[in-house]
Design a binder for this molecule. Structure first.
Ligand code: HEM
Length: 430
């Protein structure tokens, strides 16, 4: 078969990218509209930064299957707030070495160690919800849960130390996708100061870990690319990255999942038919596998469907180190490419705009998802995130019934991760 002719990179014609950036932050269909006009690969500009958007399995495969031709990239605000040591800002051997060190926090034995604490947190939350004043904003509870899993379970922080970290962390996150100019009083200036306090606190945690708590001992002896032990200033930036990467993302998946189920009673009933037969809490030795896809396929399908419709990370980035052909389109060297997951997951034939978890269990289901990214930079916390989500859904569903309060705004605020605009107000029935 003759190969299709290569196409030049289509462009929206935007130059300053001010209107494009404004539209990107406000319009959830930003990428979809432009893909419809220009095809699966197009270029635009975001506040002066040329950016190529891609969608569809072929385009994503063409990009990620050439690891030597691409490298990681983040907007400047994120780069500066994460820091130069952060593995998110590194490439090649230095990225791989830090990934190996950090990955030790998410091995199956580490997850086994964290599970009892996560189960306790789910139990505590269920009790708290039973007696809480109604209506209650469930999304906020999912956020503090996701933060506590990383801060307490992984880093071993408790009580006031954790609360202090949380309040600085919130100031820091607010500026992550902002204009990185530290004018006095600006969110970015406040975030830089919060970053200093966060690193100081993380440094303390690292030097005096609370005995028997968290997983920081697993990092001991971590080596850089030259085989030299990683310095504390390097390690604390990796810990800061974990808070950034694991907090809003997991909270978003949980809130969106709860919202979809509560707004779709048939889907909730379908899932409950399975959950009602699962043992809660799971036996200690089984806690990391009790609700995995083999034991709880409907739960897995429901989580997949939520992440398909509303991926917590709507897009991730790479930069081309040399000219590349992506889905028959020529992309020049030194271009930032955004893999547009949200648009990609809804692109194709069939009922892809509706929430229907059953699709993932049907023969011949061709939905190809990558909510955790792929390739050399695939999410390091994937197994922890999946574990937290599964334990939370089974624990809450076994202990409570929730209903949504009518007349609230169920649309999603998109950044930093999708979350119900009114906070998902619910009533709890014990
Ligand atoms: C539902 C929850 C989560 C989702 C959807 C998610 C998604 C992602 C995505 C899309 C990426 C970029 C991958 C790429 O560029 O190919 C990523 C990277 C990363 N994630 Fe997650 N994530 C989640 C939870 C977590 C958690 C709980 C942690 C750790 C506590 C974590 C740690 C990381 C780290 C360290 C990276 C950077 C990897 C690298 O650059 O090599 N994530 N995640």
């Amino acid at each position: 078969m003759a190969e299709a002719a290569l196409r030049q990179l289509p462009t929206t014609g935007a130059i300053s990218g001010i209107l494009e950036a404004f539209a990107f932050f406000r319009d959830p269909s930003f990428a979809k509209r432009r893909f419809e006009r220009h095809g699966n690969v197009f270029e635009t500009s975001m506040l002066g930064q040329p950016m190529v958007f891609i969608q569809g399995s072929k385009a994503i495969y063409d990009l990620l299957s050439q690891p030597d031709a691409i490298e990681g990239w983040w907007p400047q605000s994120v780069q500066l707030l994460l820091g130069r040591h952060s593995l998110a800002n590194r490439n090649g051997a230095s990225h791989r070495a830090r990934r190996r060190v950090v990955a030790q926090l998410f091995s199956s034995s580490a997850l086994q160690r964290y599970s009892p604490d996560i189960i306790d947190m789910v139990e505590d939350l269920a009790e708290e919800l039973k007696t809480a004043e109604m209506p209650l904003a469930l999304a906020e509870k999912m956020r503090s849960f996701a933060f506590s899993v990383i801060a307490s379970t992984v880093l071993g922080l408790e009580g006031p130390d954790r609360d202090e970290l949380f309040s600085d962390f919130k100031i820091w996150t607010r500026a992550l996708f902002s204009i990185p100019i530290a004018l006095p009083g600006s969110p970015f200036a406040k975030a830089l100061r919060a970053r200093k306090r966060l690193l100081k606190k993380l440094q303390q945690v690292l030097s005096q870990p609370i005995k028997g708590k968290g997983g920081l001992d697993l990092l001991a002896g971590g080596l850089d690319e030259a085989g030299i032990p990683l310095k504390d200033e390097d390690l604390v930036e990796q810990l800061l990255l974990l808070l950034f990467a694991g907090y809003e993302t997991t909270a978003s998946a949980l809130s969106c999942l709860m919202q979809e189920l509560l707004l779709n009673p048939p889907a909730e009933t379908w899932l409950r038919e399975e959950v009602d037969y699962l043992c809660w809490p799971p036996e200690a030795s089984q806690s990391t596998i009790a609700y995995d896809p083999t034991h709880a396929p409907k739960l897995d399908a429901t989580v997949s469907e939520v992440m398909r419709l509303t991926p917590p990370v709507g897009g991730f980035f790479r930069r081309t180190k040399c000219p590349l052909v992506i889905d028959n389109v020529e992309v020049p060297e030194n271009r930032v490419v955004q893999v547009a997951l949200t648009a990609s997951n809804r692109h194709g034939i069939g009922d892809l705009e509706i929430f229907r978890p059953q699709r993932h269990l049907e023969d011949g289901c061709s939905v190809n998802l990558m909510p955790f990214g792929d390739g050399e930079r695939v999410c390091l916390g994937k197994s922890l995130a999946e574990l937290e989500i599964r334990l939370m859904v089974v624990g809450l569903f076994r202990k409570l019934r929730l209903t949504v309060i009518p007349n609230q705004d169920f649309t999603l605020k998109q950044l930093p991760s999708p979350t119900p605009r009114d906070g998902l107000l619910v009533k709890v029935h014990g």
